[in-house]
Write a protein that binds this ligand. Structure first.
Ligand code: DOR
Length: 428
């Protein structure tokens, strides 16, 4: 079925236009287009953006289907405006072979809510000892281009160097979870005034920054691509800025939660606020917002980390780190970046769609809103505040730190290659 989407504002600019979607692509953009044989969807003046692309999602399948499945996680993604997500490798079994990445990719195709680009592990079993078969994963049906041991750091400098060298052969990228393990043994939260007061073991900024500095130097040394996951400190922003000023091929992401939440929330001892890297200080939040605004930080990535109730509703020390984020990401970006005038919608399209698609070498996503381009789209209602209700979300998990919070914008519709996955804010 072909759609005629009426009254939408591409990138939130100018007067509303109509957009015709034919055979999965944008066929026509104009005013007063005739219905023809298209089904009409009333856009109601919504902002039209290219479908969002997440570089960093945990879908938990295979292995922890009680926390999330590819089906439920990708539905949550579509409701959040995403048309593609990169699925992290820390599953059980780990996505360190062609077999596992192909399984995850195929499950995504079958679910049909959004495209799933599996991330391959850098090391066998995420153990940080032996390089996984990166080339086989790259050559597989899943076409893996992003490799990460996320959840744990590739801390061995020699192994990291070899992985960076290896992925050059197929234009891949190593996405590093920057955390020096010896500096974070037993860490429970950001190291600072609040951790001292609460008596919780601290996770110092230097544990992130030392690895970022090392990896930027390694990437420059071998002429490869480095992507830094979930940057969380002001010092990290400075280091990325320095690496970019040298012309090195280094990119970085920030999560929505690090753009808005701070470490004093740990005083509640509510483990919904436990995450890795931890929530930092207000000064870090300000630096992250500024870095995202000026392009030092290339993109927003959710680090959506669903967890089963028994893993999360424990005392702080025993609870697993992580927060869900797919359904709330755009709302948090609107609240922290768009409404205060730090980013335009066009820049949001770069930071949440075209740039992550480029970093992940993902074809058909993050393309301009233009005739002939794939109809991967999302419609954003600018004046539709909604209150986050953990109980009614599509994700199988309930660990959102934003429950009860009012978010200023909502996703009205999402189209994947011209077919709606979400209409009127509900699964199509
Ligand atoms: O909080 C986190 N949770 N950070 C990570 O790096 C991993 C993630 C998970 O897999 O739960």
């Amino acid at each position: 079925m072909n759609y005629l989407v009426r009254d939408v504002r591409p990138y939130g600019e100018g007067e509303p236009v109509d957009v015709r979607l034919v055979d999965g692509a944008i066929a026509e953009i104009g005013t007063g287009l005739s219905d023809g044989d298209s089904r009409v969807y009333a856009g109601g003046g919504a902002v039209l953006l290219p479908g969002l692309v997440d570089l960093h999602t945990h879908l938990r399948e295979p292995g922890r289907e009680d926390a999330e499945t590819v089906e439920t996680g990708t539905l949550a993604a579509a409701l959040g405006g995403f048309t593609a997500v990169h699925a992290m490798a820390n599953t059980d079994p780990v996505a360190d072979t062609a077999g596992v990445v192909e399984q995850v990719w195929r499950l995504g195709q079958e679910a049909g809510h959004c495209d799933v680009a599996p991330v391959g592990a850098v090391t066998v079993g995420l153990r940080g000892e032996q390089m996984a078969e990166l080339g086989t994963m790259a050559d597989s049906a899943a076409r893996v281009r992003v490799f990460s041991d996320d959840g744990t750091c590739v801390s061995d400098a020699s192994l990291m160097r070899r992985a960076l060298e290896y992925v050059k052969a197929f234009d891949g990228v190593i996405a590093q979870h920057a955390q020096e393990p010896r500096l974070t043994v037993g860490a429970q939260m950001n190291e600072g005034v609040v951790s001292s007061r609460l008596g919780l073991t601290g996770w110092p900024a230097v544990a992130e920054e030392a690895v970022i500095a090392r990896d930027c130097l390694l990437a420059a040394h071998v002429g490869s691509r480095l992507h830094v996951c979930h940057v969380s400190t002001a010092g990290s922003v400075e280091l990325i800025r320095w690496a970019k000023s040298k012309g090195w091929d280094v990119t970085a992401e920030v999560t929505p939660h690090h753009l808005v939440l701070t470490d004093d929330l740990a005083a509640s001892y509510d483990p919904v606020f436990k995450v890795n890297p931890p929530l930092r200080t207000a000064a870090d939040v300000a630096a992250l917002r500024a870095g995202l605004a000026d392009g030092t930080i290339d993109c927003v990535a959710t680090d959506n980390a669903p967890h089963a109730l028994e893993d999360k509703e424990a005392e702080w020390g025993a609870a697993l780190p992580g927060m869900t984020g797919l359904e709330t990401a755009l709302g948090i970006v609107a609240e922290t970046m768009v409404l205060p005038g730090r980013l335009t919608w066009r820049q949001v399209a770069e930071r949440l769609s075209s740039t992550p698609a480029r970093i992940g070498r993902l074809e058909g996503h993050g393309r301009p809103l233009a005739v002939g381009e794939p109809a991967n789209l999302c419609l954003v209602d600018e004046a539709a505040p909604w209150t986050v209700d953990a109980a009614t979300m599509a994700t199988r998990s309930r660990n959102t730190p934003f429950a009860g919070r009012s978010l200023p914008v909502g996703v009205r519709a999402t189209f994947l290659r011209g077919t709606p996955t979400v209409l009127d804010g509900a699964p199509a």
